[in-house]
Design a binder for this molecule. Structure first.
Ligand code: AMP
Ligand code: GLY
Length: 432
């Protein structure tokens, strides 16, 4: 292979997902210097963090020019929807992530439902409304539970699973009347409730060529046994056995292939991560949602599953030359347990100093999310999901055991975490 010059990489974002991407860049033989905008307290210990508004495409382009970055990796959805990749690519800068036209698959649930129906991809039946009264009339005449979704970006909070007609009406009034999610609630999707078990399928897509990363499972509720309010995700593991070989075959054939074909037919050259949230129902897998970036915390358990350099994959996708057959995956299981701030997912405590263990066992990493580095060099809490402990093992049980050996060594006021990450699969394994 020809000797290639190393490239400097700029990562956009500030969460645990971006810390995982940073670690992947630091391990990559392809990468020279790595910079992050804006980053967090843990990333600041490992790379230069630059305070830039990543949703402002012109500011990102100016930063790329100033730093001479040869590849931009976009972590979150907001810059993608704002067209950061469009501006970078048009200026000749390779960027990993879809352009704004592709990012609509996350930025508009109404658009996505229409896309899925048009291309015959299995998903929950739904109707879209832009006015309150017809939406109210629709739910009054329909079954419960029913799912009410603000169409626009609402930081993962715009979904209500209403178990009574009164709850459904209240959700519609909140979103469309009181505008609790702002413009995200101008359009609302009312959707059939799907019964089943969820899984996250992360694809690295280059047109119709794609790599399916090991299926993973998130834990969205704050409390053990999947109780309490929804969060951004309290833990995850991969591979997730709810995606059996038969489910995987159906996902590829019935969901992924028509989706990628549909994007091409609609004139979208999709390059970047496509996160397919599925419900494994009695009738087979159905799409719950698309996201146009890696899941957080799923990304943190998927980067270690790649034996092939993830940065080389992202670069070849950005350049449109990716071949999925070039990729090797690592065997074994990886889990992440998220440590959250007091009060999360409600009003959170901030500014609590964090005590971290000095040495970590092999196969364990601590990734930062909502942290800041203080002037004296210590690290304090600054967000809802504070840290994640990532552990790898030959199987899920050993990975989980290892993670929970390290979790109690991390201390900060108000810290809480779930003790049952992986519970569905562990229970299935015990029953076998
Ligand atoms: P979304 O932002 O669309 O992924 O919705 C957030 C969460 O709500 C999902 O991860 C599911 O747990 C749940 N959810 C969304 N849509 C449905 C549905 N149609 N049926 C059952 N649960 C759903
Ligand atoms: N973990 C779910 C998400 O990133 O949307």
């Amino acid at each position: 292979m020809a000797l290639q010059e190393k490239i400097d990489v700029l990562i956009l974002g500030s969460g645990g997902r971006e810390h995982a991407l940073l670690k992947a860049c630091l391990r990559s033989p392809r990468v020279g210097k790595v910079r992050v905008a804006p980053g967090n307290g843990g990333m600041a210990l490992e790379a230069e963090c630059l305070p830039v508004d990543v949703a402002d495409p012109a500011a990102v382009l100016a930063l790329v020019r100033r730093t001479g970055s040869g590849l931009v990796i976009v972590g979150p959805e907001v810059p993608l929807a704002a067209g950061v990749v469009d501006v970078l690519e048009d200026a000749g800068v390779p960027a990993y992530g879809p352009r704004a036209a592709g990012a609509r698959l996350e930025a508009s649930k109404a658009f996505t439902k229409d896309f899925l129906f048009r291309h015959g991809v299995p998903t929950a039946a739904s109707a879209t409304f832009t006015a309150l009264e017809p939406a109210l009339a629709h739910v009054r005449g329909g079954p419960v539970p029913v799912v009410i979704k603000a169409s626009g970006l609402a930081a993962g909070k715009g979904v209500v699973i209403a178990t009574t007609h009164a709850e459904a009406e209240a959700a519609l009034r909140d979103m469309m009347g009181a505008k609790v999610f702002g413009a995200a609630g101008d359009e609302v999707v009312v959707e059939e409730f799907m019964q089943g078990e969820e899984a996250s399928i992360m694809l690295m897509v280059c047109g119709e060529e794609y790599l399916m990363l090991p299926p993973s499972q998130d834990h969205k509720r704050v409390g053990e046994g999947d109780t309490g309010p929804n969060t951004g995700g309290m833990g995850a593991y991969a591979p997730a056995d709810v995606v059996t070989p038969e489910v995987e075959r159906r996902v590829r054939q019935e969901i992924i292939e028509p989706t990628l074909r549909g994007l091409r037919q609609d004139g979208v050259d999709y390059r970047g991560t496509l996160y397919v949230g599925i419900m494994v129902t009695a009738q087979g897998p159905k799409v719950v949602e698309f996201n146009v970036r890696f899941g957080d915390p799923e990304c943190q358990v998927l980067m270690p599953s790649l034996e092939t350099d993830p940065v080389a994959i992202m670069e070849s996708i950005a350049r449109g030359t990716f071949k999925a057959s070039s990729v090797r995956l690592r065997p074994g299981s990886t889990v992440i347990v998220v440590l959250a701030a007091g009060g999360y997912p409600g009003e959170i405590r901030k500014g609590d100093v964090i005590s971290l263990p000095g040495r970590l066992p092999a196969d364990v990493d601590i990734l930062h999310a909502g942290t800041v580095r203080l002037a004296d060099g210590s690290v304090a809490t600054s967000g809802g999901r504070v840290l994640g402990v990532v552990a790898h093992g030959p199987d899920l049980r050993s990975a989980v055991r290892l993670a929970y050996e390290v979790v109690p060594l991390i201390k900060f006021e108000g810290c809480h975490y779930r003790r049952d990450i992986g519970h569905r699969q562990l229970r299935r394994e015990s029953a076998r």
